[in-house]
Structure formats: C-alpha cells, structure tokens
Write a protein that binds this ligand. Structure first.
Ligand code: 5RP
Length: 291
C-alpha cells in the first residue's frame, strides 16, 4: 500500500525504511529538506492516491496539533490520519473529533522500539474503529516484530496511547530498579566486578530483560558510567501515568518514585534536604553541613 509519513527523525526515518523493506510505498515529509521526499504537507497529500493514510510521527503536543490541523484542511473524506508519536491519550479524542468533522478517520498508535526498531521491529499499541485499523493493518504488519506478539488493537481511540503511556511508566520503574541495584553494588567493597554481575544476570535470572541487556551495553562502553552526569530528563509519559493513577485512585508507588527520582537528579543541592537538616538541628541540635 501507499503511506504518507510526516516526521523522519530517529523514529520516523527508520520506520520509513522498514515499511519500504516490506514492499510498500512510503512518501515522507520532514521540515528538514535533506530527509524529505516531498517538501510540504500539501505536496505529500497530492502525491498519495485516495483514500490516503498519513502517519504522523512528530513530537507530542504543539507539533502534533499543528500537523493534525493542517491535515484536517488538506485531506478528503475517507482518508485516515495515524498519530504514532508519544501523544497524551487525552489529545486523541480531540484529534479524532476534529478530523471526523471532515469525514477523516483517526487511529492513535503507541510505538516502542527506539533506534533498534529498524532491525528488530516496533511494538505497536493502537486504538480506533475496526474499519480504520483494518485500513492501516498492512503498515502495522510491516512495522511489528516478527512472531506472534508485538502488536495489539488495544481498544477505542486513545487506548493505544494509554497503553504506551503505561508501558513507559513501567519502563521508568524498571530502569530505576536496575539503577538502584547498580549503585548499591558499586558502593560495597566486597563486590569487585559489578559489570560482570550485571552480565551474569542476562541468562537464567528472574530479572533478565532487554533493559538489562542495554545496561550491560552501557557498562561495556563506560564501566562505571564515569563519563555521564547523574541527570535524567523526562518527556511526559511518566507524569501522565502518575496523573492517570491519581484520577483513577490506583496506587503506583514504584512508578511515581521513579519519576520523582528523575526530578531529584536535576538538583545540584536539594532545597528540601536543607529544610530537613535545619529542622533536625532545631529540634535535636544535630550537626548541619554548611556551604
Ligand atoms: O517511548 C520511548 C521508549 O519506550 C521513548 O524513548 C520515550 O520518549 C522515553 O521517555 P522519557 O524521555 O520520558 O524517558
């Protein structure tokens, strides 16, 4: 089939290649002309045969919104837009309604696989009507990993991004657990080769995983991570997972703690620990460290 793909960065560029390898035609648009096959969204839409499928793979929020707005003006009734970015699931219903007013279908799709997806395939979680999902199915089949798993029609519009958000929340907590265990192993004198402990865990253990494999890769590049600063950003999905947990009164202590650990990583000196130190000093005369 033919697909229009908007956004040819680290994810979109490799996805274009994987879909092409499966024998489909992909016409890509990106603001960077060096990456693009066409040079405007209008040219992209004009290059596709109706009914068109246009997959949007741009950053969540304003960039996705403006792309959906523009596509709503350019596409025709019967066409379909897929949002494959890491959009907040609450944006999906808005996008679906905006497009439906013009007779354009909408599917949301959470995509996982990172820079390894070109070779390994991308895990896909999508939401939308059966009819719209069926029209995009050849692209899902091209992108997904080989084998029985790796793709799911998770439910109605928004379900794909909700599932991907929870996936990323789990990712936060798993990474935090490996990171905490690694720090403790590094701290004690009795363990003389932490990297080899991590490597040994890759086979046979209860905690083996792809994230563990990637941790070993990172330690092979920099055994004690000396070249890195202990600073971690976040892109939104951890926060949205915690917000959804609050809305639904579901306790998520591990995921919430892993999000807050990233916030703490951005502080050179903890204001709240100054208050703790001050209070211990006030009530118990405990020593404080001064600048
Ligand atoms: O979706 C992903 C992996 O599954 C992305 O890599 C994600 O953007 C990482 O999230 P964060 O920046 O919040 O750590």
């Amino acid at each position: 089939m033919e697909l229009g793909l908007v956004g040819l960065g680290k994810m979109g560029g490799n996805m274009r290649e994987r879909i092409r390898r499966a024998g489909h035609t992909v016409i890509g648009y990106d603001r960077n002309p060096d990456l693009a096959d066409v040079h405007s969204l209008r040219e992209l839409v004009d290059s596709l045969q109706a009914p068109r499928v246009v997959w949007v793979m741009v950053p969540a929020g304003a960039a996705t919104q403006s792309t959906v707005d523009e596509l709503a003006e350019l596409l025709s009734p019967g066409d379909i837009v897929v949002d494959g970015g890491n959009s907040r699931w609450t944006d999906d219903e808005k996008h679906a309604a905006e497009l439906e007013a013009k007779g354009i279908g909408f599917v949301d799709c959470g995509v996982s696989g990172g820079v390894w997806g070109l070779e390994n395939g991308y895990a896909l979680m999508y939401g939308g009507d059966e009819k719209n999902v069926a029209a995009v199915q050849p692209v899902f089949d091209a992108l997904k990993p080989e084998g029985d798993f790796g793709a799911v029609h998770a439910g109605k519009v928004g379900a794909g991004h909700f599932a991907k958000m929870v996936h990323n929340g789990i990712e936060y907590a798993m990474m935090q657990a490996y990171a905490e265990g690694w720090e403790l192993l590094e701290k004690v004198d009795s363990v003389t080769d932490v990297r080899e402990v991590f490597r040994s865990w890759q086979e046979g253990t209860v905690i083996r995983s792809w994230l563990l494999d990637l941790a070993v890769n990172a330690l092979d590049e920099d055994e004690h991570l000396d070249q890195l600063k202990g600073f971690a950003q976040d892109s939104g999905e951890g926060r949205w997972t915690v917000e959804a947990a609050i809305d639904n009164a579901v306790p998520l202590p591990a995921i919430t703690a892993s999000l807050f650990a990233r916030f703490a990583s951005r502080q050179d000196d903890s204001p709240q620990m100054k208050m703790i130190a001050a209070l211990r000093n006030q009530f118990g005369g405990h020593a404080v460290e001064k600048k």
